[in-house]
Write a protein that binds this ligand. Structure first.
Ligand SMILES: [Fe+2]
Length: 339
């Protein structure tokens, strides 16, 4: 039984030396931006006060925000962790409990934030397919423009020890596994985890913890956009603005979402996504091979497979080590044991 059950991810917080450059990118990415008390905030269309925060400073990832259902939950969490519940002195107010995870990442658990007025999203167009034709005497005419970020959906964090981090996030916040990714049988390298909302639908993943080689850090933060046309118009807009594309467009295997990854001016990766899987707490966890992690159902291959990106430093030795570990497991079996 976890201390509390968080209901969603709330925000990501970065530092950057040039807030104007970050703002220009986030506006091209489809966020509504404003500055307050020396910080830059990006919000989506869902009326939450912010989903992306940038503080002035050397470029780095600072924290992930998680949203608790109630302030009473924050009090429970604070008592369990021996830390105070503080006033959240940022847009929307509310309360916050500040924690540090096993890898030193800031985890900001918030509740009681006031919702701002929701922003309009483009309407979904009826889609004609071979078997259904709901669009009749009605054209499709789309204007070039940025995508519309509705909300933040998930963050992917690199961790030193997956099982340690998994325990910490599950015990504290009630995360449940959707897909555990294995480098080999019973050699996990991470898991896509979702919020436990009982019988209410939850995104396939709100957090992905990945034990990969190289420096720790956030791999990306992901934001839901209005629909497929919106995602593609966003892609076209970012390309026209000569922003740095990272990967996409394609459809993932785990989570099934249509994705499009871009880099901000400080090297942080942000994802646009639409049409992801939803599950309830009753849906059992699955195991997936590593090959399913970077493969696509359709669309652009991962840059590493397309030869556009060198494997990150340490990746080759990491997988060599892993291979040796797996081989060692087989070698340690008594003679005569079937493989
Ligand atoms: Fe993602």
């Amino acid at each position: 039984m976890s201390t509390i059950r968080i209901e969603d991810i709330a925000h990501v917080r970065y530092a950057a030396p040039d807030l104007a450059a970050m703002r220009a990118f986030l506006e091209d990415f489809g966020m509504d931006c404003f500055e307050e008390s020396g910080r830059l905030y990006g919000r989506g269309a869902d009326g939450r006060p912010f989903v992306h925060v940038t503080e002035p400073g050397e470029a780095k990832f600072l924290a992930v925000g998680l949203r608790a259902e109630t302030v009473a939950d924050l009090e429970k969490l604070a008592a369990s962790e021996g830390v105070p519940v503080e006033d959240l002195k940022e847009p929307g107010g509310g309360k916050i409990v500040r924690l540090t995870d096993p890898d030193g990442y800031g985890v900001e658990v918030v509740a009681g934030q006031a919702k701002a007025e929701a922003l309009p999203l483009p309407a979904d167009q009826p889609v004609n397919t071979a078997s259904a034709k709901p669009r009749f005497r009605q054209t499709v005419r789309l204007e070039a423009r940025p995508a519309h970020v509705k909300r933040i959906g998930h963050a992917v964090l690199k961790v030193r020890d997956f099982r340690t981090s998994e325990r910490w996030y599950k015990d504290g916040f009630g995360f449940i596994t959707s897909d555990e990714v294995e480098a080999a049988a019973d050699v996990p390298l991470g898991a896509f985890m979702r919020c436990d909302r009982g019988d209410k639908p939850a995104d396939h993943h709100t957090l992905f913890l990945a034990q990969l080689p190289g420096e720790l850090g956030i791999l990306h933060a992901a934001f839901e956009v209005a629909n497929l046309d919106d995602l593609m118009l966003g892609h076209q807009h970012l390309k026209a603005k000569k922003r740095e594309a990272a990967w996409g467009v394609g459809r993932h295997i785990m989570g099934s979402q249509i994705f499009d990854y871009w880099k901000d001016p400080f090297g942080n990766e942000l994802e646009h996504w639409t049409d992801g899987d939803l599950f309830t707490a009753a849906d059992p966890p699955q195991k997936q091979p590593m090959s399913a992690l970077l493969a696509v159902q359709w669309g652009a291959p991962h840059p590493m497979f397309a030869g556009k990106l060198a494997p990150p430093p340490g990746l080759v030795s990491f997988f060599m080590a892993l291979r040796l570990r797996v081989l060692g497991l087989f070698r340690s079996k008594p003679k005569g044991t079937p493989a």
